[in-house]
Structure formats: C-alpha cells, structure tokens
Design a protein around this ligand. Structure first.
Ligand SMILES: Cc1ncc(COP(=O)(O)O)c(C=O)c1O
Length: 395
C-alpha cells in the first residue's frame, strides 16, 4: 500500500532549525524558531512552573482521562487572563472555552467550529501570516483570501491597505487577526487602529478570529490584550485561539485553549460542544500535564505573582535585545533600523532578500528564515556582534 507513497520534505521552519543543529560551526546562531531563549541559549522552564510541577507530582493521585472540555482551573485562569475581569463579568455565559493541545489545537478547533457553522467559509489572513495557519485551517475546508498587512517599504503595518482589502470582505467572512506580536513581522496595530478595525468588523458584519499566542511577550499582559478586548467590546461573536507555549513556557506540554464568544448563551454552548465533538473525532481528550501546571500557576496568588514577574523579565530582555540590535546595526551600517525597536514580541523582518538570508546561513552559520524573519530572543551578549557583522557582510 505504501510503496509509492511520497516522502514529504520537513516543515520549512523546523527543517532550518534541524539544519542549524547539524551545522558543525561552533559559532552558529539559530534565529529560526519562535522559541524564547535566555542568555545561555536555553529555553528555560519558568521557576513558577517548576514549583507547580513539584506540587503536582506530590499531589497527583490519578492519570485518568481529562474531561473532554479540559481542566476547569486552567480554563478559568486563561479566560480571566485574556478577557480581563470587566469583559468576563459583562459577557457571563456568552463565553465558553475548551482546552486544546497548544495554540495549534486552538486554531484548529476554532476552524472546525467555523466550518460546522458555515462550511467552506472564507477566512481573510494577513499577508504575510504564520504559515501554519494555512494547513491548520485549510485542511478543515475553509477558503482563504489575504489582506495586505506588512509593507517592506514602510517597514511596518500598512494599515490603509489592510482596511482597503477588508472592505472587500463579504458579510459572514472571517478575519484572522494576530492579537499581539504579529508573527512573522512583529508589527501590530496601534490602540486607535484596533478601534478602527472593530468598527469595520461591525459595519461589514465580519467575524473576528484572534490568534493570541504571545500575550505578555510584547508590552505586557494587560497591554497586549487591549486590541483583542476592544474588538470583543464591539462585535457580537468572536473566536480566540490561546497558546500557553510561550508565555508560560509550556511548549512541549501542548497547552492551549479556544475561547468562544456567542451572540447568546446557547450559541456559546453550541460552539464549545462542536469543538469538543471535533476533538473527539481526532484525539478525544486534551493532554493533562501542561494545563494542570498552568492551572496551578494561574490560580495560586503566590505562583501567579512569581510567574508575572518572570514574564516581565522575559519581555524586558526581548525589548532590551531589540534596542541593542537596532543600535548596533545602525552604527555598523549608518542606516536606519528604527523599525526593529517599534515592533513587538520575538519576531522581526530584517528586510533582506532570500539570497542574502541563504548566504547568511551558508557563509556565516547565522540561521534565519528565507523571509529574513529572525527570533530576536535568539540573540545574546555572546552572539549579537557576530550576527551584526554577518548581516553587514551580506548587505
Ligand atoms: C502565531 C502563532 N499562533 C499559534 C502558535 C501555536 O503555538 P503552539 O501550538 O505551540 O502553542 C504559534 C507558535 O509558534 C504562533 O506563532
């Protein structure tokens, strides 16, 4: 049966990370993956999560299946974190949530619910977007159109072009937005632009789906949620895909949640029930460990406070690296790299050609995506000047 089954190439991003691992150059630098790394190049476990893990290991009495909807403490913690107390109490049972295997699982279950409600509906995605959105949502049967987003000329968001493209969307179309720290560009709408987007969504009866994978990695937990919350305050229905991979550091544990906002309590319940049924068709129950850890961190005042401090330090370090990298590039080249400081989160486009990005890999062992997207958190005091020299050499 499988004799002629084609062997597929590795995922483009994961493939580059593997190429970097195989590179014997001791001075190689991996800026490919969207993973936070500390000064030593390690993606660390948060101290607060380690504490929760010690407690969980000594308290855990069973490994019985999780409830299909997920862990109650985790879901309640994530809802408050994302929505904030005001919206949570205002929307009450119009909000439901289902635990998922990571943010990918959340995007997928969100897409399944969209497809169940409106088969083959059109989803507007930013150009560019995180490439995995396409297989995650497209394989459900949804259609895509793109709206202009990042402009290489402006080195930032082209908001007028974005609005002009979304003006063409038909009522009932879905608009996929990145809640903060846009992947791959790092360019986010301003507070005023979020408000304008909310008005456009209402006016044209478009349904927002927000991919929220980086809360707390840009400007802070509250600040990063403002755009999403201004949309939620305006529209009748919405879907939010949340990841706990980055901001709680649970990457391999696969913890995430999809939040549904329905026009009324019944609709919200229906959306969650469809998500649970879609999960049953594929993997049945969500994984336990990561969500149980995050649930403990978010529900314990001490652990939560410790986690918030750790996340603030991470956010501060990323923003410090942005500033150092921007200044070092500007000094070395005499060119303007201010856009690096204006972006949010871990990613930045350096504005290099595919050929330049490939030369950086083959000649300098500095690994970035062909689009010249880099993970700022892959920089550190030991490699920053090497990366700057390498970039200058291909400019
Ligand atoms: C924009 C975006 N959405 C969703 C995810 C999914 O994250 P995970 O499934 O690892 O939680 C990622 C991860 O890189 C991402 O960058």
């Amino acid at each position: 049966m499988f004799d002629s089954l084609p062997v597929l190439p590795p995922d483009s991003i994961l493939g580059l990370a593997a190429a970097c691992r195989a590179d014997p150059n001791p001075d190689k630098v991996d800026l490919t993956l969207g993973v936070y790394m500390d000064e030593t190049g390690l993606c660390p476990v948060f101290e607060s999560v380690q504490q929760a893990q010690r407690e969980l290991v000594s308290d855990e009495k069973t490994k019985v299946y999780m409830p299909p909807i997920g862990d109650a403490a985790y879901l309640s913690g994530i809802r408050s974190l994302v929505l904030g107390a005001d919206l949570e109490s205002r929307f009450g049972n119009r909000v439901t949530a289902v635990q998922t295997p990571g943010g990918c699982g959340a995007v997928r279950l969100g897409a399944e619910v969209l497809h169940a409600a409106a088969p083959g509906t059109t989803v507007w995605i930013s150009d560019p977007t995180w490439p995995v959105h396409i297989p995650l949502m497209g394989s459900v049967g949804l259609q895509f159109r793109t709206y202009r987003y990042y402009s290489p000329q402006l080195k930032g968001l082209d908001f007028d072009a974005m609005l002009a493209d979304l003006e063409e969307a038909a009522p009932g179309d879905v608009v996929l937005l990145h809640g903060c720290c846009h992947n791959p560009s790092g360019a986010d709408p301003s507070a005023q632009q979020w408000q304008q987007l909310a008005e456009l969504l209402v006016e044209r009866q478009l349904l927002p789906m927000i991919d929220f994978a980086y809360q707390g990695m840009g400007a802070g937990l509250e600040e990063d949620a403002q755009g999403l919350r201004s949309i939620m305050g305006s529209v009748p229905e919405m879907i939010i895909a949340v990841s706990s991979s980055k901001n709680i550091g649970l990457y391999r544990e696969r913890a995430g949640a999809v939040i549904f906002i329905g026009g009324d309590d019944r609709a919200a319940e229906a959306m969650a029930s469809q998500a649970v049924a879609a999960a049953r068709r594929v993997y049945s129950m969500p994984p336990a460990h990561g969500a149980l850890l995050a649930g403990r961190v978010l529900s314990s005042p001490e652990l939560r406070q410790a986690w918030v401090l750790e996340l603030e330090q991470i956010c501060g370090r990323i923003n410090g690296l942005r500033a150092s990298f921007r200044d070092a590039l500007a000094t070395a080249t005499g060119r303007d790299f201010d856009f690096i400081g204006r972006e949010n989160g871990m990613f930045s486009f350096l504005g290099l050609s595919v050929e330049q990005a490939q030369r950086l890999r083959s000649e300098k062992s500095v690994y970035m995506l062909d689009s010249s997207r880099i993970n700022i958190a892959g920089l550190n005091a030991g490699n920053l000047s090497r990366v700057v020299d390498a970039v200058v050499s291909v400019l």
